[in-house]
Design a protein around this ligand. Structure first.
Ligand code: NAD
Ligand code: IPM
Ligand code: MN
Length: 343
């Protein structure tokens, strides 16, 4: 018998725990359907840090890297830790330490009658740019460096090109090379270098500022968008609005070069939402859809399709958390989705 797929569960902070509590039972459902898996709950987050001083200890990182196959992540961020140190040492450590270069953030609206037919896919580089967290604060002066390396840029762009080729859709590179001449200059060069390998893919580059205006005015004019870590973060929050808001947007990160056993991380696009945490107001849809992306990544297509369909079914029946203008609680929404999973 093959060994179980081990999935680490890190709920994190704020609404992270609430949406994790709704999505995690879907792993039991997948197991009942015959998927050989093991969930590995991990406590890392603000509460654990404040109690123990540990963010993500090195032994835990190593155990996860070498002993798990994927991570399902809630969110991190806590007002009691205003410098976000634990978030860096947990979430950014995982993204960077596991070399999860590709962050995939699809935008396919599911709310009936809202942005129907829109089909956008953002490929965000997930480990570099200003997220290298190198810089200094001095009296009267502050510096943040941004690092872009050719292997990571190439991996991200190759993945986006492959997707565009598979789906027969155009690929757009968002950049600000008019200002960030070095870093984004590298992105433009690698993009140009890859184009001949994908002759069937229509390509375009656009300054990210102009892109954002056009994305608001005419979102259906776009298909697959590749961007660096920083721009991809901003673009994917904008496209979350087309899904109905932050609570609706999913993401999956992976290492296309698969350097470690643990080479995928699913997490909703939203944060820990301290303004609504602990009140049963969080929308779990982004989390459910992130898990569906992970199921697909593991090759469990029937489970991926069933989970996405269950979310669509709950929304079509009228289930709405407060962010969507409704009154259903997090658990009511979660139950509505799970009850539609079938066998
Ligand atoms: P946020 O995404 O937490 O919240 C932005 C807005 O969206 C808030 O009004 C919030 O109530 C709403 N929202 C978010 N998730 C929702 C959900 N599931 N259902 C309904 N409404 C939801 O972003 P923020 O306020 O800028 O950041 C709060 C904290 O989260 C910060 O510490 C930030 O660093 C952190 N953060 C973490 C992640 C992550 O872990 N991946 C992502 C973004 C922000
Ligand atoms: C996201 C978040 C994170 C990011 C923060 C919490 C570091 O906004 O996942 O989009 O900027 O990547
Ligand atoms: Mn973000």
């Amino acid at each position: 018998m093959s060994r179980p797929v081990r999935i680490a569960l890190i709920p994190g902070d704020g609404v992270g725990g609430e949406v994790m509590a709704e999505a995690a039972p879907c792993l039991d459902w997948a197991a009942v359907r015959g998927r050989c898996l093991e969930a590995v709950p991990l406590p890392y987050g603000a509460e654990h840090y404040l109690a123990t001083g540990e963010t993500l200890p090195e032994h835990a990182f190593t155990a996860l890297r070498d002993g798990c196959d994927a991570v399902l992540f809630g969110a991190v961020g806590d007002p009691r830790i205003p410098d976000g140190r634990h978030a860096e040492q947990i979430l950014l450590r995982l993204r960077q330490g596991l070399e999860l270069t590709v962050n995939f953030r699809p935008c396919r609206p599911l709310l009936p009658g809202f942005q129907a037919g829109l089909d956008l896919e953002i490929f965000r580089e997930n480990t570099e740019g200003p997220y290298c967290l190198q810089g200094t604060t001095e009296p009267g002066r502050a510096v943040d460096f941004a690092i872009h390396t050719e292997p990571a840029v190439r991996r991200l762009l190759e993945t986006a090109f492959q997707r565009a080729a598979e789906r027969g859709r155009p690929l757009l590179l968002a950049h600000k090379a008019n200002v960030l001449k070095h870093g984004h200059g590298l992105w433009l060069r690698v993009f140009e270098d890859l184009r001949p390998q994908f002759p069937g893919v229509a390509t375009r580059t656009m300054h990210a500022d102009a892109l954002l205006c056009a994305l608001v005015q005419e979102p259906k004019g776009f298909a697959i968008i590749a961007a660096d870590n920083y721009l991809g973060d901003l673009i994917s929050d904008l496209t979350a609005a087309y899904l109905g808001g932050m609570g609706m947007a999913p993401s999956l990160s992976w290492a296309p070069h698969r350097p470690f056993r643990c080479a995928a991380l699913a997490e909703p696009v939203h944060g820990s939402a301290p303004d609504i945490a602990g009140q049963g107001l969080a929308n779990p849809v982004g989390m459910f859809l992130s898990l569906a992306l992970l199921f697909g990544h593991l090759g469990w297509e029937p489970e991926a399709t069933a989970l996405e369909a269950a979310v669509g079914g709950a929304l079509q029946t009228g289930f709405r958390t407060r962010d969507l203008g409704g009154t259903h609680s997090t658990t009511e929404m979660g139950q509505a989705v799970r009850s539609r999973l079938g066998r």
